[in-house]
Design a protein around this ligand. Sequence first.
Ligand code: FDA
Length: 309
Amino acid sequence: MGLMRGFFIYLSHRRDLEGLFMKFSPTRNLAMRFVAGEKLEDAIRVVAELNKKGIYGTLDHLGENVSSREEAIRAANEYLRILDEIEKSGVKSHASLKLTQMGLDIGFEFCLENVKKIVEKAAKYNNFVRIDMEDSSYTDRTLEIFYKLHEEFGNHVGIVIQAYLYRSENDIKDLIKVGANVRLCKGAYKEPPEVAFPRKKDVDSNYIKLMKMLLDAHEKGVHTAIATHDENIINFAENYVRSNSIPEGKFEFQMLYGIRRDLQFKLAERGHTMRVYIPYGTEWYPYFMRRLAERPANVFFVVKNLLKG
Ligand code: FDA
């Protein structure tokens, strides 16, 4: 892991520094490139704009690792509101959530009940909820909650697999058996070499391998969300689906709000389903630090703005 990457992931856990960074306007301004705004209305407006360009959304209310039941219930209620607002406004969007925001650190059953209410509502609206994947200490529990909900609500709920984890190949084999809807990403957390490939090159080749496994399983009901800004992987995927006649409805591309907009528009124009992950809310600090960790060059924007005064 690069020094800078490690440093920003370390900062993402330093919640005591959060207030400092959040008040500091250059960081705040840069963070707003990756966040749709503080309110749900801001995020709905952003999805509507993207929809006009043929791009779909998945809304994320920022927040993670809550430590009280009240906070977790409040977060779950916000997701119910997201689904209501999507339905009411008619925008084309799903929702993505994190289990630690729904109380996973408080209790497994408590978290499951909280998320169940959300997936139930998504099913009622014929919509969809994606469970994001957090660090590897949560992987087993996240998959367990996913399988329980999937059994009851089918593909109104989906999961995320991280290509940097050694275990992911086996996890994908199991997910294929139930015809799951899987978002494949590289992985954004700091993991030890015992659980994750330390070298980017190996993460990238594992991504390709896992992506092929998922795409090849399209006839078993598997839906693959190819979540990356990596042009080599995207080009590979486009060639692969074409030469293997994988129907458009069986896969989609996903990118994060504010990153590689040019490529987002290009993929939508080429007739693919392109979905953008749109976070909103006041709790942007850890999300933003992970984005800096992925591309330390982003920090130069902060410094440049700082020097401008
Ligand atoms: P890579 O890091 O190799 O970047 C490829 C290129 O993309 C770079 O060269 C640069 O041009 C651009 N780029 C990437 N990151 C950038 C940034 N921050 N700022 C500017 N440019 C950037 N992770 C996780 O652990 N759990 C999850 O649930 C999710 N969910 C998720 C959803 C979606 C829709 C996406 C796109 C990503 C995630 N991730 C995630 C994050 C993912 O694991 C990964 O950290 C990032 O996508 C960055 O990796 P890339 O695949 O883009 O490749």
